[in-house]
Design a protein around this ligand. Structure first.
Ligand SMILES: [Mg+2]
Ligand SMILES: [Zn+2]
Length: 193
């Protein structure tokens, strides 16, 4: 096991609606389309010394909409499209569970479904990271809550479900992200400024 890497930072970026275009429950790698600027955003974080991970709730697996393998194939496609633009996402972690699922194996009240922090804990343990700074960017309230639960700085993007989620937050008064950003690229600039 390698030495614990301290210092620097780790960025956790939501997948659907943040890195790639939100299209409902995406289960076909051919449907994956990056949001413009996503690769540049990842490069900005990496250039600033951050290790970048994806974190995605994929309850479609528990709900029986698609298989675990399909979810992994979509993850791989997102990472591949980013890598083609020299944007290094170390790994995309995902939660296949849902307490009301129909697939017995994944019908679980787990510790990894956002806003719970299980995926962040798993990433930091697996890669032996002990960051001074954590960033979470996503398009949903649960992403903002995930960041708050992990002691991270957060940005809510307006892509995907973000515009609607922003209205919910502004009307209900919480949970407020550190930044409301147009997209993940703007989020990277605001969070790294
Ligand atoms: Mg999302
Ligand atoms: Zn889970």
């Amino acid at each position: 096991m390698g030495a614990l890497k301290t210092g620097a930072g780790v960025a956790f970026l939501d997948r659907d609606g943040t890195l790639n275009v939100e299209k409902g429950y995406v289960d076909d790698p051919a449907d994956v389309e990056l949001i413009p600027g996503a690769a540049q955003a990842v490069r900005n974080f990496v250039d600033a010394g951050y290790v970048v991970f994806g974190v995605s709730n994929q309850s479609g697996v528990a709900r029986g909409f698609y298989t675990l393998e399909a979810a992994i194939e979509v993850n791989n496609r997102v990472a591949e499209l980013l890598a083609a633009e020299e944007a290094d996402v170390r790994e995309i972690f995902f939660c296949p569970h849902h307490p009301d699922g129909v697939v017995a194996e994944y019908k679980v009240r787990c510790e990894c479904r956002k806003p719970k922090t299980g995926m962040i804990t798993a990433a930091l343990e697996k890669y032996r990271l002990k960051p001074e700074k954590i960033i979470v960017v996503g398009d949903k309230v649960c992403d903002v809550e995930l960041g708050k639960n992990a002691g991270a700085r957060t940005a809510l993007v307006s892509t995907g479900y973000g515009a609607a989620e922003m209205e919910v937050i502004k009307r209900s008064g919480g949970p407020r992200p550190d930044f409301f950003a147009r997209d993940v690229l703007e989020a990277s600039r605001l969070l790294l400024a």
